[in-house]
Design a binder for this molecule. Structure first.
Ligand code: INI
Length: 185
């Protein structure tokens, strides 16, 4: 290699190193360092459409177990319907007992004329529970036209929304822990 060759190799190496550093920095937010045995989780599940929500719960617990969470330590709280999820999610998140709260429910349009109210209020209230407490509260509430569509998303051909809500809780808790804390007003 001539001098020019050495210079080109050095520049290329430098580029590779800085790119991988960038990549690592981005990826570090995707690691779950504190997760596993020490994680404290609560799940609020709606009994309405229990055939579906039990499958969502199974999916959520399986996801937590896959990430090393001791599922016997996960607190599961049942509420009558999706409309009741926000209040209980707010209580659980506000207790400072949990690293994250997972909400599970199933609202089926065909079964109710007040679908929009139940589904909309559940979504808005669950978002608010997370925002007001600063504790991740995730949305594992199915809103579908039919029971078949719900079952497809509760361990059927479209996956399991309970699993997704649990992994979102893990990611969000880990992410918030690593981000700078909010300054005092
Ligand atoms: N709750 C649900 O979780 N899913 C539904 O599909 C549903 N429907 O069809 O009405 C439902 N209604 C009950 C509601 O969540 C409350 O429990 C009830 O209104 C009492 O406040």
């Amino acid at each position: 290699l001539g001098l020019a060759g050495v210079a080109i190799v050095a520049v290329a190496l430098g580029f590779l190193v800085s790119m991988s550093a960038l990549l690592l920095e981005e990826m570090s937010f995707r690691l779950y360092p504190r997760w596993g045995q020490a994680a404290r989780l609560a799940i609020a599940a709606a009994r309405f459409n229990e055939l579906v929500t039990r499958k969502l719960l199974e999916g959520a617990l399986a996801a937590l177990a896959a990430h090393g969470v001791a599922v016997e330590d996960v607190d599961v709280v049942w509420v009558p319907g999706a409309f009741e999820l926000p209040l209980v999610a707010r209580r659980l998140a506000g207790s400072r007992t949990y690293d994250a709260v997972i909400c599970l429910g199933c609202v089926i349009r065909g079964e109710t004329v007040h679908f929009e109210h139940v589904a909309g209020q559940a979504a808005a209230g669950i978002r608010e529970a997370g925002q007001t407490t600063g504790v991740p509260v995730t949305f594992g509430v199915l809103t579908t036209e039919t029971l078949g569509q719900a079952l497809d998303r509760a361990g059927g051909k479209h996956g399991n929304k309970g699993w997704d809500a649990a992994t979102a809780a893990i990611e969000m808790s880990s992410l918030l822990e690593q981000l700078p804390k909010e300054a005092e007003p």
